[in-house]
Write a protein that binds this ligand. Structure first.
Ligand code: DCT
Ligand code: MG
Length: 400
């Protein structure tokens, strides 16, 4: 990579663009020593983002602010912090001074202030205060219950419920998902490892093979991107003959249930229909596949090293694991694979790129070209990137 000389043109650009520059240490700008100035394209789907994050301290701080915004129902602010964090994740080296960020997109005044604080003193007072805040801690604990969203958690906090103990004591009405979430709280908040994901995969493959011979099971989500742990395990299931996958989910679920693998499940049926003249609705809806949100009862095998094994009661015979299953017709498989591999921000950026730069509409089902008023077919992720005019980015580099 070319090392640039210290370039301050961005500084004057920032002034013209009205970006806050008071956060800069003017003194440093006058220094003439060589410092690499980073630059990276503005959409996350134009960048290669591996799991090697050289700026974890900065991105952790920004991600916490993003999380807090999301938990407070401020999605716009959340996305802004996610974009800022993602831009830093793509840099090849640790940032040591603010002046290196000249060509890095998506850094607003708030993000720059946080970055400055962390670079100068190792921490951001705002982020540290947030970490300690009772409200933030309560939001984390309560939304950490499977089935509890931001609104419910906010309502409970308004009623003075800040902890699991207070929740159990006050006994609010819980739905079926929330009861399962509370019952398996510790397990579901313990990261799932790759070996456990593989064990779940073996179960799902056995189920699919038994109820629909020839069905294909693909690990998606974070594990497909190479992550070592996840909050759940995600699978996409299809069959090479179009139409054979219809009605698969109920059969799969009843097989899993009959074998004792399910602690909880909720299935949504497929509601996606391609309109002849174009997408009937904005295609960002994630819920139009046959999809099952479940909690698996996964037998703990010796050697898999479940962190919950041991402790007072000795090794436990099983743990609860969140598992998401999606069934796709093979004609939509490439779109589903691309749409469910993530990361969430990478997906969001792909859709934004498609809409803003290509006048297309991308979903996990299809790609519609508004200029040509037609759907663009694809049988691989590579073809979809090509339709979008993007360089192909493999899953391991979609960790934005
Ligand atoms: N997804 C998305 N937008 C959402 C939710 C999900 O694009 N709002 C896609 C991207 C990832 C995939 O679905 C699976 O979702 P998660 O399991 O939540 O994400 P993950 O990357 O697998 O994260 P984790 O490793 O924590 O499970
Ligand atoms: Mg996942």
């Amino acid at each position: 990579t070319a090392a640039h000389l210290l370039d301050v043109s961005w500084f004057t650009e920032s002034m013209k663009a009205g970006r806050p520059v008071e956060v800069l240490d003017r003194h440093k700008l006058q220094q003439t020593e060589e410092v690499e100035v980073f630059s990276t394209p503005s959409y996350a789907c134009q960048r290669r983002t591996t799991l090697d994050n050289h700026n974890a301290v900065l991105t952790d701080a920004l991600s916490l602010l993003a999380e807090n915004a999301e938990l407070s129902g401020e999605d716009g602010r959340g996305v802004a912090f996610r974009r800022a964090a993602a831009a830093l994740k793509a840099l090849p080296l640790p940032v040591t001074r603010l002046t290196q960020l000249g060509g890095v997109p998506c850094l607003g005044g708030h993000s720059l202030r946080v970055i400055k604080d962390v670079l100068e003193s190792g921490a951001s007072p705002e982020v540290e205060a947030l970490r300690r805040s009772e409200r933030f801690k309560a939001l984390k604990v309560l939304t950490g219950i499977f089935g509890v969203g931001v609104k419910t958690a906010g309502r409970w906090i308004g009623e003075g419920i800040l902890t699991l103990r207070q929740l159990r004591d006050s006994g609010p009405t819980l739905n079926r998902a929330q009861r399962a979430g509370l019952r398996h709280y510790d397990d579901l908040n313990r990261p799932v490892g790759r070996a456990e994901a593989a064990a779940v995969a073996a179960v799902v493959e056995a189920a699919a093979g038994s109820v629909l011979p020839g069905a294909r099971v693909t690990l998606i989500g974070g594990f497909r991107r190479g992550k070592q742990t996840g909050h759940d395990v995600d699978f996409l299931i299809t069959h090479p003959e179009e139409g054979r996958e219809a009605g698969l989910m109920p059969k799969l679920v009843s097989w899993l249930d009959s074998q004792g693998f399910l602690l909880y499940q909720k299935t949504n049926s497929n509601s996606y229909l391609e309109a002849a003249e174009g997408p009937a609705r904005p295609a960002s809806n994630m819920d139009r596949f046959e999809r099952c949100f479940s909690v698996f009862k996964l037998p703990e095998e010796a050697g898999r090293g479940g962190a919950g094994a041991g402790g007072e009661g000795g090794p436990r015979p099983w743990r609860a694991v969140r598992v998401d299953l999606v069934v796709s017709p093979v004609s939509q498989f490439a779109f589903a694979l691309l749409g469910w591999t993530g990361s969430k921000l990478f997906e969001r950026e792909l859709r934004r790129w498609a809409g803003h730069e290509m006048n297309m509409c991308l979903s996990s089902h299809a790609l519609y070209d508004h200029r040509q008023s037609r759907y663009l077919r694809a049988s691989s992720e590579e073809e979809i990137f090509a339709h979008l005019g993007l360089e192909y980015i493999p899953p391991s580099e979609r960790n934005a």
